[in-house]
Design a protein around this ligand. Structure first.
Ligand code: PMV
Length: 312
């Protein structure tokens, strides 16, 4: 049984989404998390994740290990050992991912979604997207403190999502496809930390921070309308505005700002950091023909990787 889940990128609204404002995120299918579950002649549940140099039997892993946590929480042992196969037989779980880790592209959530789907179908359980989303959200909470749930939602549904914390999922239509370039600073950054720092700022001056969150929320709502109406060209300006507000929240960095500048200087119609910030990725809105030029400029400005993706 083989399954795959895409990466995601937040177009607008990160951080403010933690405080109830809307955010927009889209799947990025060029990179993905992949899981294969097969029978194994050896007893036990064997996990092979060569990307992170992991080859271990489930019970030898600490219970809070990200992969063990998914399996243990979602599929308690008796369930797995009642597979109806002969004694001594076990399973092999092979995990791989082309999504850069700790960079705001949702690598953890993508592996959790693919793993949940693969194990459920191996066990003959059918889980709805809503059930998978809820289960993976529980795992996200273990690792990210107070996540809004946007990562697991967009990755589970693999559709553009207009996300408001705690509300039923809202997908939206893309009136006319548009192209974005994603640039990776190559600097791993923990979302938990930037979210914690924003929380500190909020505690110190709620009025000021709430106002910034309101402005970001407005941008997300306007952006959704533009995307649905096929007016993607207006998104560049909105990205620039959103980036400036994220700078005010102190979650950008010199490297992200440098990539944002490089993209704008080579013809992107707007650019912003994306995700938790401080490192990780930025995005730029480009005309399709300019995508390669902007991607090359990002590499010259220090990007460790780029992805060109069409949002459809
Ligand atoms: O770093 P990412 O892409 O996982 O995004 C985090 C987005 C935040 O709004 C900063 C946090 C959250 O839980 O929504």
């Amino acid at each position: 049984m083989k399954t795959s889940a895409p990466a995601k990128v937040i177009l607008f609204g990160e951080h403010a989404v933690v405080y109830g404002r809307p955010a927009l995120a889209v799947p990025v299918t060029q990179v993905h998390g992949d899981v294969e579950v097969t029978d194994s002649p050896r007893a036990g549940i064997w996990i092979n994740a060569p990307d992170i140099n992991l080859h271990a039997e489930l019970t030898s892993l600490p219970t809070d290990h990200p992969i063990a946590a998914v399996i243990n929480r979602l599929f308690p042992h008796p369930n797995l050992s009642l597979l109806g196969r002969g004694q001594g037989e076990g399973l092999e779980i092979n995990i791989s991912s082309s999504i850069p880790v700790a960079s705001g592209l949702g690598s953890g959530a993508a592996v959790s979604v693919a793993l949940t789907r693969a194990l459920a179908s191996y066990l003959g359980q059918s889980l709805t997207d809503q059930e998978i989303n809820e289960l993976v959200f529980e795992v996200e909470k273990l690792h990210h403190g107070t996540p809004s749930g946007i990562d697991n939602t967009v990755i589970t549904y693999a559709k553009p999502v207009f996300f408001i914390k705690g509300r039923p999922i809202e997908t939206f239509r893309v009136g006319k496809p548009f192209t974005i370039v994603i640039g990776d600073t190559g600097i791993p950054a923990l979302t938990k930390e930037s979210v914690g720092d924003v929380r500190k700022l909020w505690t110190e001056d709620k009025g000021k921070l709430e106002k910034i969150f309101d402005e970001i929320g407005q941008i997300s709502s306007t952006a959704r309308r533009c995307i649905e109406n096929g007016e993607a060209e207006s998104l560049g300006e909105l990205m620039d505005q959103n980036h400036a507000l994220l700078q005010k929240l102190t979650v950008s960095s010199l490297e992200l700002d440098e990539l944002v500048r490089a993209a704008r200087n080579t013809g992107a119609s707007g650019a912003k950091m994306s995700g938790g910030g401080r490192g990780g990725n930025m995005i730029a809105l480009v005309e399709k023909e300019k995508a390669e030029t902007v991607a090359n400029a990002l590499v010259s400005a220090g990007a460790k990787g780029t992805i060109i993706t069409e949002i459809t």
